[in-house]
Design a protein around this ligand. Structure first.
Ligand SMILES: [Zn+2]
Length: 223
């Protein structure tokens, strides 16, 4: 089976992608990255692509996964043993404190594939105070080769105790000129989107909604 990559980095995410890949190459990868910015910019898809990159056994120098190794295959079929997602049981509900506690216990285990253990926590702002508090010790004393990606469109809802223990990566709204380019990319068949983005600083996931392929469909994610 041919592995299909998550598409990102989207064109408007390249700076963040390259910054993180440079951090990885220099060994400054850290253990918890907080991907923060308005909804509709594809942060969720970015987190998945970053996880894929980190789990690949032979990534390119620019971070793109090889799509051929065993790890890439497991990622593509959704059964990679060193990747997990943590979120609410239902959209709009809080993340259970037990879900965080269970993750903290598992994070101390060694990666099965010998690379990283990656977890994507989103929306991170869905943690209530008990859940956030239960995460603090793991953030302070992370296990080697573990990486937690926290994704949020509501940074202000995250406790300062969590924010201060993560490396923050901002995804700002584009300016109007860049927004036109982004909206056209997100939905090239609907030129009106460029006008929408030009009229207001636009998040392409909200301006373009055709979802003609998996890449653009990834922007349907609210995060
Ligand atoms: Zn690979």
């Amino acid at each position: 089976m041919t592995a299909q990559p998550a598409f990102p980095p989207f064109p408007w995410q390249r700076a963040q992608w390259h910054w993180l890949q440079r951090a990885r190459a220099s060994g400054r990868i850290g253990h918890a990255w907080l991907l923060a910015g308005p909804a509709g910019l594809g942060k969720s898809a970015f987190a998945a692509a970053l996880a894929h990159s980190l789990l690949c056994e032979r990534p390119a120098a620019t971070g793109e996964p090889c799509l051929r190794c065993r790890s890439c295959h497991l990622f593509a079929v959704g059964t990679h043993p060193d990747l997990e997602r943590i979120g609410p049981d239902e959209p709009g509900k809080p993340i259970r404190v037990d879900a965080i506690r269970e993750y903290c216990e598992r994070s101390s285990l060694t990666a099965q594939m010998g690379m990283y253990k990656v977890a994507i926590l989103e929306p991170a702002d869905a943690m209530n105070s008990a859940a956030a508090n239960s995460l603090l010790k793991t953030l302070e004393e992370p296990s080697p080769s573990t990486l937690l990606l926290l994704v949020t469109a509501a940074l202000h809802r995250l406790p300062p105790t969590v924010r201060s223990r993560c490396q923050r990566v901002d995804f700002p709204l584009p300016d109007a000129g860049r927004g036109v380019e982004m909206a056209a990319w997100a939905d090239p068949g609907h030129r009106r989107c460029a006008g929408i983005a030009a009229g207001r600083r636009g998040a392409p996931g909200r301006a373009g909604r055709s979802g003609r392929d998996s890449a653009r469909g990834a922007l349907e994610s609210p995060i």
